[in-house]
Design a protein around this ligand. Structure first.
Ligand code: 3HC
Length: 282
């Protein structure tokens, strides 16, 4: 199959990679040449890690050769499936989806990798809502097997079954959520991250001790604050904003510390500075 992915950020490049690994040809689109060149490097290094563990049947170079890195959306024309993975902002997602929908053929399935935005609302941007649904991947996409499938009120059952089969075929293990803010994962995860940040903000414990509590006390691979840095503090902020607005519940309101860090460009691992400091790979 020919798979299109729009947005070459952390999620988009991971999504492109897993489809290429499974033998599909992938068109990865981004407006930024820098993002595309970093995506190629990042996918190569991820594939080297997996190859070193004997987890792939093809060579990394052969897999990368199945991906075209482009900035021209028109090249999505012949795709069987297109997955949108741009910023978690309603206006940007709607514009991108409308553009994708105006380019692809009538039988193409379009998915949105939104973390929290209503699939019913997004489906209004596409020409064929019956062939549109939420397909929410987890970071790092090549490692995490979970995917949340979120149909809208209009998604056809044939499309849900078809996408479920394809996702299983590329090694993913789906769960199904009704279209509701934050779906299953972020509705539960974001309040945890929020409380962890507030616990630090109120001077109760250091980020290191909050994280240690979850690593050693609950057996989480990462504590909630290091996980927030890993996801991206801007992404966490955007998701909390959507949950706060859609539920109208202050229990989802982004903490001031999180807002200040996002405003000052401390976005976590990807910028080298979040609650912790990191070496930036670029
Ligand atoms: N590509 C390929 N392989 C990778 C990889 C990547 N990008 N990142 C990690 N790996 C592999 C490593 O090679 C290693 O493989 P092995 O077990 O065969 O040796 C394995 O994954 C573990 O990696 P590391 O040894 O480097 O490091 P850790 O053991 O610390 O694991 C982690 C890293 C997998 C990121 C782990 O810390 C983890 O699972 N963290 C939690 C991640 C999580 O919760 N993600 C979901 C976030 S929520 C989300 O994405 C939704 C959004 O809407 C917010």
């Amino acid at each position: 199959m020919k798979i299109g992915v729009v947005g070459a950020g952390t999620m988009g490049r991971g999504i492109g990679q897993i489809f290429a690994q499974a033998g599909h040809s992938v068109t990865l689109i981004d407006v930024s040449a820098d993002a595309l060149s970093f995506a190629r490097k990042d996918i190569q290094s991820s594939l080297q890690r997996l190859a070193g563990k004997g987890k792939m049947k093809d060579e990394p170079d052969a897999i990368v050769a199945r991906i075209e890195f482009l900035n021209d959306m028109e090249r999505l024309k012949n795709c069987d499936i297109v997955i949108e993975a741009v910023f978690e902002r309603l206006d940007i997602k709607k514009d991108t989806l409308a553009r994708i929908s105006s380019i692809v053929g009538d039988s193409t399935v379009i998915g949105s990798n939104t973390s929290s935005i209503s699939i019913d609302v997004l489906s209004r941007a596409v020409r064929h809502p019956e062939r549109f649904l939420g397909i929410h991947f987890f970071n790092p996409v090549p490692v995490m097997s979970l995917v949340e499938i979120v149909p809208s009120e209009f998604t056809s059952s044939t499309v849900i079954e078809h996408i479920t089969e394809i996702l299983k075929d590329v090694g993913k293990d789906p769960v199904f959520s009704r279209n509701f803010p934050g779906f299953i994962s972020n509705r539960i995860l974001m309040p945890l991250i929020r409380e962890a940040i507030l616990t630090y903000e109120q001077g109760i414990a250091s980020p290191a001790d909050i994280d240690k509590t979850f690593r050693l006390g609950m057996n989480h691979p990462m504590g909630p604050i290091e996980l927030a840095d890993f996801i991206g503090l801007d992404v966490c902020y955007d998701i909390m904003e959507v949950l706060y607005r859609d539920f109208g519940n202050p229990a989802f309101k982004p903490p001031v510390t999180l807002k200040n860090m996002v405003d000052s460009g401390k976005l976590g691992r990807k910028t080298g500075q979040g609650f912790y400091s990191y070496e930036v790979r670029r």
